[in-house]
Ligand binder design. Structure first.
Ligand SMILES: NC(=O)c1ccc[n+]([C@@H]2O[C@H](COP(=O)([O-])OP(=O)(O)OC[C@H]3O[C@@H](n4cnc5c(N)ncnc54)[C@H](OP(=O)(O)O)[C@@H]3O)[C@@H](O)[C@H]2O)c1
Length: 233
């Protein structure tokens, strides 16, 4: 019987599926979530077939009622949520110059990449506070790094920079509860989003996420990581 319960968003493919796999391999019960019931069930079945403790929960991060339903169901079943990995995201207008970037597209990006993760944090943190334990990993990107901000991809960059704000503000607010909240970049990885020629594997990208999801008490919080090392915002 697993002692920790982890909820991973957008886990039917790509990095999310790999993070779910690596957490399950460590004996954690993974609630694999996806917006598509069919794709999510199939991904969960793949991990269950390997003998790991994985269950499926439908969750569309743009739908507040879907988020609440998923968190309520997990809480009713397990009485806790120990780990949240905010992985689900979309990438739109990657090469579009900021001067022409449609605000409607920015709104779409913010809904999935920023507001969804925030709503999930708001739903699970009170449950984590009850147990004085929580680990939250916000999958961000160096595209959202202000220190190296450059041209194009305005909407995606804004959504990930704003996700980093969520990390810092909430990490500061939960001090004293043993809840560690960090952002990380997986690097450029071979997924549908990263493309087949990306230099890194999903396994390499997942390593830091799993490390942050299983940090010991007293570990870092409110920081931005790449390859297990802190990087500038
Ligand atoms: N790939 C890279 O090189 C790279 C680089 C830096 C950061 N990242 C970050 O790493 C994370 C994972 O990316 P990836 O490369 O694995 O991308 P991916 O292959 O495109 O997978 C994205 C996942 O997010 C899900 N998703 C999209 N909208 C959703 C919604 N409204 N509700 C729930 N799930 C939703 C997708 O589900 P569907 O299958 O239903 O579409 C899919 O499972 C993202 O946060 C991304 O920004 C990736």
């Amino acid at each position: 019987m697993a002692t920790h319960i982890a909820l991973v968003t957008g886990a039917n493919r790509g990095l999310g599926l790999e993070i779910a796999r690596q957490l399950a391999q460590r004996g954690i019960h993974v609630v694999l979530t996806a917006r598509s019931e069919e794709k999510g069930q199939a991904a969960a079945a793949q991990l269950q077939a390997a003998g790991w403790e994985v269950s499926f929960q439908q969750l569309d991060v743009t739908q507040p009622e879907s988020i609440q339903r998923a968190v309520d169901t997990v809480y009713a079943q397990f009485g806790r949520v120990d780990i949240l990995v905010n992985n689900a995201a979309i990438l739109l207008g990657y090469t579009t110059p900021g001067l022409q970037f449609p605000v409607a597209t920015i709104r779409e990006l913010m809904e999935v990449n920023t507001y969804g993760p925030l709503l999930l944090c708001q739903a699970v943190i009170p449950l984590m506070q009850q147990h004085n334990y929580g680990r939250i990993v916000n999958i961000s990107s160096r595209a959202g790094q202000l220190a190296s901000m450059g041209a194009a991809s305005l909407g995606y960059r804004m959504s990930k920079a704003a996700l980093n704000v969520v990390t810092r503000v909430l990490a500061a607010e939960v001090q004293g509860y043993n809840i560690l909240i960090n952002s990380m970049s997986p690097g450029h990885i071979r997924t549908d989003m990263g493309g087949p020629h990306a230099p890194r594997s999903p396994e390499q990208g997942a390593d830091t996420a799993v490390w942050l999801a299983t940090l010991p008490d007293g570990g870092p919080s409110g920081q931005f990581f790449f390859e297990r090392e802190p990087i500038p915002w």
